[in-house]
Design a protein around this ligand. Structure first.
Ligand code: MN
Length: 236
């Protein structure tokens, strides 16, 4: 059969060492650091036993912004927020059924650092009315991401930190050791709800310190010792 419209462009993320990672889906985890959950007015679990279910939402694959390209200030908001996050890239399809946490590492192709850009005013209004978060989270250019670093080149991930500077000032800093749900936990939980496949990205949630960015701001996000993302917000 012949396509009757132009084929949509495949979103891709560059990989350190050469080549690209074609993006299938972008899963995101909400409230995965206790300090950020509290700053958003949510109750943070006191222990792993009390953590309940993770919060998931998605962004479209073509929301990625790569190569340090400028990020246009989005329409429809007066309160664009940064959320610096570990990004996990899957290089294999999960087997059918629920993925055991012990088997999760075998699916991971690479890691990077990204921003889960958020129209905080629209997300807040949706939360207040019990409505979906899509317009607050899943907009164009809402997922700037660094190059991906092959997992075999990333040692001791759980000991590393996330940082975000805006205009040279530190806005966010967090330790991956403080994730409420670590990477195997999240892939296990996602697999109960979705068929995980090669090409999926997972944004793992942000530490405290989220806040606004405006046109002209320059940001530097780092996954310490692994990856760096530099970019700018520009007027639309
Ligand atoms: Mn987030």
């Amino acid at each position: 059969m012949t396509d009757l419209i132009p084929t949509p462009a495949q979103a891709r993320v560059p990989v350190r060492g050469g080549g690209t990672f074609p993006v299938r889906r972008i899963y995101c985890v909400g409230r995965n650091f206790a300090d950020h959950a509290r700053e958003m007015g949510a109750v943070a679990p006191a222990s792993k036993a009390e953590r309940g279910q993770p919060v998931f939402f998605l962004k479209p694959a073509d929301a990625v912004v790569t190569g340090g390209a400028d990020v246009p200030y989005p329409s429809g908001t007066q309160d664009l927020h940064h959320e610096v996050e570990l990004v996990v890239a899957l290089g294999k399809d999960a087997p059918a059924g629920v993925l055991a946490a012990e088997d999760a590492d075998a699916l991971i192709f690479a890691y990077g650092v990204g921003l889960d850009l958020t129209r905080r005013d629209l997300q807040g209004a949706a939360k207040a009315k019990g409505l979906p978060w899509d317009i607050g989270k899943g907009f164009d250019h809402s997922a700037p991401i660094s190059e991906l670093v092959p997992a075999g080149e990333v040692a001791a991930l759980e000991t590393r930190g996330l940082n975000l500077q805006v205009n040279g000032q530190t806005r966010q800093h967090g330790a991956l050791a403080d994730l409420i749900w670590d990477v195997p936990d999240i892939l296990h939980e996602l697999s109960k709800l979705f068929a995980l496949k090669a090409g999926d990205l997972v944004f793992m949630g942000t530490p405290a310190g989220v806040g606004p960015m405006v046109a002209g701001d320059a940001f530097v996000a780092t996954l310490e010792g692994v990856a760096e993302l530099r970019g700018r917000i520009i007027a639309a």
